[in-house]
Design a protein around this ligand. Structure first.
Ligand SMILES: Cc1cc2nc3c(=O)[nH]c(=O)nc-3n(C[C@H](O)[C@H](O)[C@H](O)COP(=O)(O)OP(=O)(O)OC[C@H]3O[C@@H](n4cnc5c(N)ncnc54)[C@H](O)[C@@H]3O)c2cc1C
Length: 422
């Protein structure tokens, strides 16, 4: 067992690396990787799966020096992979630029978000991984390479979503758009109404998602609309009521249906507007565990109904709402959105409460409807599943074996998924 302790955001993964290394530049990083026998890299530890687990060296890029470089055509930027999305999007804003889309929160590192296919919502908008145009990587032997569609194209294709299996990205060039302002509208709607109008709603709205308490009949619909420049009008976020409800649910799981119906009744409509990088993320102060499946859009409503039915008939005490989003398809080898678009259904549970049996039962529903999991969120795929679900898994495995023949960047969890490539 190593001497340091590292925990992920939800607290479900506790690792004991021999050392947590914080290199200040690429030369230091290259030396660390060259001399280590086992290495994992971590960003903000916002993954729920044990992706960052190691008993060897755990690398953090938080202390790495580096600046944002805007391309002359202003269509892309070259950024340090260790920067948080918060730091990146603030720096982009200062340059009159935005990311085309973002997820629910922004503490994640750029490297971690790209490596796991982190996404927001929008039928026409892909995951962040699809924005990558080039990478600068430290490989297992300590060499430093640049890859893009023309230089080392196979390495680039594999690296676009690679769970830190190929090397440590020190920088990435990503596509950006001119600075965007958004108006957020939150409203309660009947579930049936939203599902009946889902295709039209998704097509007519740049960003559409909804949160759904399984034991309530309504959904909280959240839409984001491009708007003229607006000063930030911020809602006071306050999770204290929800935190108290979660603690009550943990103490009395049978009260979950009643709590959810009350919470749904208490949810108020709201509007706010401001710079996109301030409007996209929300505060998430109540810790949870999460599973998420990406499904063919045509199967999404049936899968959602089946999952809700299962929660209700088994009386699963899942206190958090489901989250439903849309994501555009892409051509990334290991992307769950490969050949999409997809509907994305997330299931959460308050971190101190049991989740694994409930997630397993719901995972079977999502798998039966052709779903593929978010790599960073709870799932039980095996290496046989990876090969069955991803036609390009072998191609990925060949690149992995070429750049890391000793499996320096593997860990137990990744071995279960990609052991076929050793
Ligand atoms: C509260 C919360 C909200 C979330 N919301 C969303 C959401 O809206 N949408 C969504 O899609 N996901 C969401 N996630 C999941 C999250 O975006 C991913 O888990 C993401 O990987 C987290 O980034 P990180 O920097 O924390 O990465 P970590 O968890 O630290 O690492 C994740 C993976 O990335 C690799 N990695 C990290 N840095 C590098 C690098 N420089 N080079 C190579 N590999 C690297 C790691 O080795 C590991 O395999 C959420 C998670 C939480 C806890």
């Amino acid at each position: 067992m190593g001497v340091s302790e590292w925990r992920n955001w939800s607290g479900s993964v506790i690792a004991h690396p021999t050392v947590i290394a914080r290199p200040r530049d690429e030369v230091e990083l290259a030396a660390i990787v060259r001399t280590a026998t086992q290495v994992r890299v971590t960003g903000a530890g916002h993954s729920f799966m044990p992706l960052c687990e190691t008993t060897g060296t755990l690398v953090s890029l938080e202390d790495m020096a580096g600046d944002l470089i805007v391309a002359a055509d202003r269509q892309s930027v070259d950024a340090p992979a260790g920067w948080s999305l918060k730091r990146l999007t603030a720096a982009l804003w200062a340059q009159g630029l935005s990311l085309p889309n973002q997820g629910d929160v922004n503490p994640q590192s750029l490297g971690g978000a790209l490596a796991t296919g982190t996404h927001g919502t929008g039928l026409e908008l892909s995951s962040l991984a699809a924005l990558a145009r080039s990478f600068r990587l430290v490989l297992a032997d300590g060499s430093i390479v640049n890859c893009d569609q023309t230089a080392e194209p196979d390495l680039f294709e594999a690296q676009r979503l690679s769970l830190g299996l190929l090397g440590i990205a020190t920088r990435a060039r990503i596509a950006v758009i001119p600075a965007l302002h958004l108006e957020e509208r939150i409203e309660q709607r009947p579930l049936a109404e939203v599902l009946d109008h889902l295709p039209a709603l998704a097509a007519a709205t740049r960003h559409m998602e909804f949160f759904l308490f399984p034991y309530a009949g309504s959904v909280t619909l959240k839409t984001l609309h491009p708007t003229a420049a607006a000063e930030l009008a911020e809602e006071e976020g306050d999770d204290r009521v929800f935190q108290a409800c979660c603690d009550l649910a943990a103490a009395a799981p049978r009260s979950v249906p009643m709590i959810q119906r009350t919470l749904a009744r208490l949810t108020r409509s709201s509007r706010r507007a401001g710079p996109a990088w301030r409007i996209f993320p929300s505060e998430r102060t109540v810790r949870f565990e999460e599973m998420e499946y990406e499904l063919p859009v045509a199967n999404a409503v049936a899968a959602l109904h089946e999952a809700l039915e299962l929660v209700r008939t088994k009386r699963m005490p899942l206190i958090f709402p489901f989250e439903f989003r849309m994501v555009a398809g892409d051509d990334i080898w290991l992307s769950p959105f490969h050949a999409g678009p997809c509907a994305s259904i997330s299931v959460h549970q308050y971190a101190p409460m049991p989740w694994s049996d409930h997630f397993a039962a719901l995972e079977a529903v999502f798998r039966a409807h052709g779903g593929r999991p978010h790599w960073a969120k709870r799932h039980t795929l095996t290496s046989a599943d990876v090969r069955a679900l991803y036609p390009m898994a072998e191609a990925f495995g060949q690149v992995r074996k070429r750049v890391d023949p000793q499996g320096k960047f593997m860990n137990g969890h990744l071995h279960q998924l990609f052991g076929f490539s050793l």
